[in-house]
Design a protein around this ligand. Structure first.
Ligand code: NAP
Ligand code: ZN
Ligand code: ZN
Length: 346
């Protein structure tokens, strides 16, 4: 299927218009007309090869919302006209313990990423969502509740699930003190979900001008971290800290903010190792953990939860020819709070 897209032709290059052919719709596939594709900071890291050698030309994009245009003969979950979402992976081994548990993101053989890797056939380079058409096996596509606007839904497929999953895993609930580090695409979804679960939510941000927005999203408190003195009163205060910062930081300054038995969950992936002062972990039995997106059942649960509570990402919709500028603004923390590309402009 002829597909119009935007691609980086080499590491660190600007994205340019690019045309390629996707596979025809197989028995178990659905084809979709992409409506909106979100820009995740992971796209930026991978185009810049900050996570190691990558495959070019690269069509990034793993926050995809669209409408089903055709279905294979054996498809049961979708029909033409349904709203459909695609996230960070398009398949996995389906047989390992992680896959059987619905935790495909932790597939023991490695999930099959939406781009920057090979498709399930092992020979076709996977091309992501900055494109007007997408084809995916129905088992890895998500149903989007009919009441939700697709612009604000697209970022839920990565930013949304990536915060929803640890918020569920660490059982965020009323009475808990939760901090979100970084108010970007992921962070702003963390504020919305943690607040929806009834927690007391504090945003730790190095952009003081985001305070009003943070409070409007449901935060109860805001700390401007550009002056590290501001963190002192918050030492030993939080049960859970979710770190969504895309850049390298001094993690010890934040570990100190954990209460006895508190956990700091690392979600942001700048690409280089952190230095952890183990003394800070020992003092208060503090923990540091990681979390990666979420599995298919949990993504569906999150979308249904958003449908019920009317939770969406706050987006700035752009045309495809603005992608390079949007990358620059995202790196400069100047995103409110997710850039979403209108796929009719590819
Ligand atoms: P984003 O929209 O760019 O947000 C990142 C935020 O981090 C910025 O808005 C900023 O918030 C803060 N920040 C940036 N530079 C900083 C600095 N030098 N010092 C302190 N704070 C800084 O990025 P995103 O799309 O949310 O992604 C965040 C990270 O998560 C990326 O590394 C991405 O690759 C990773 N990620 C991980 C997963 C996973 O499964 N674990 C999934 C998706 C993405 P303030 O302005 O509020 O300080
Ligand atoms: Zn992402
Ligand atoms: Zn598996």
């Amino acid at each position: 299927m002829k597909t119009k897209a935007y691609a980086a032709m080499s590491a660190g290059a600007s994205l340019v218009p690019y045309t390629f052919n996707r596979r025809e719709v197989g028995e178990h596939d659905v084809a979709l007309k992409v409506s909106y594709a979100g820009i995740c900071h992971s796209d930026i890291h991978q185009v810049a090869e900050e996570w190691g050698p990558a495959i070019f030309p690269m069509v990034p994009g793993h926050e995809i919302a669209g409408i089903v245009t055709s279905t294979g003969s054996k498809v049961t979950k979708f029909k033409v006209g349904d709203a459909v979402g695609v996230g960070v992976f398009i398949d996995s081994c389906r047989e390992c313990n992680s896959c059987k548990a619905g935790l495909q993101q932790y597939c023991l053989k490695g999930m099959i990423g939406t781009y920057n890797g090979m498709e399930a056939d092992g020979k076709t380079v996977a091309m992501g969502g900055y494109s007007d058409v997408f084809v995916i096996n129905e088992d890895y596509a998500l149903k989007i509740p009919a009441n939700l606007d697709l612009q604000g839904v697209a970022p839920l497929l990565c930013a949304g699930i990536t915060l929803y999953s640890p918020i569920k895993h660490w059982k965020v609930s009323p009475g808990m003190n939760v901090a979100i580090m970084g108010l970007g695409g992921l962070g702003h979804m963390g504020v919305k979900f943690a607040s929806a679960m009834g927690a007391h939510v504090t945003v730790l941000s190095h952009s003081p001008n985001k305070k009003t927005d943070a409070m409007a999203m449901g935060a109860n408190d805001f700390v401007a971290t550009n002056d590290s003195e501001n963190l002192k009163p918050y030492e030993k205060k939080f049960d859970l800290i979710l770190n969504t910062i895309s850049a390298e930081i001094v993690i010890d300054d934040y570990l100190k903010l954990l209460k006895l038995d508190g956990t700091l969950v690392v979600i942001g992936l700048p690409g280089r190792p952190y230095k952890v002062n183990v003394g800070t972990l020992l003092d208060g039995r503090r923990g540091i953990a990681g979390s990666m997106i979420g599995g298919i059942p949990e993504i569906q649960e999150m979308l249904d939860f958003c449908g019920k509570k009317n939770i969406l990402s706050d987006v700035e919709v752009i045309k495809a020819d603005y992608i390079n500028e949007a990358y620059k603004r995202t790196i400069a923390s100047d995103v409110k709070y997710r850039f979403v590309i209108d796929a009719s402009t590819f």
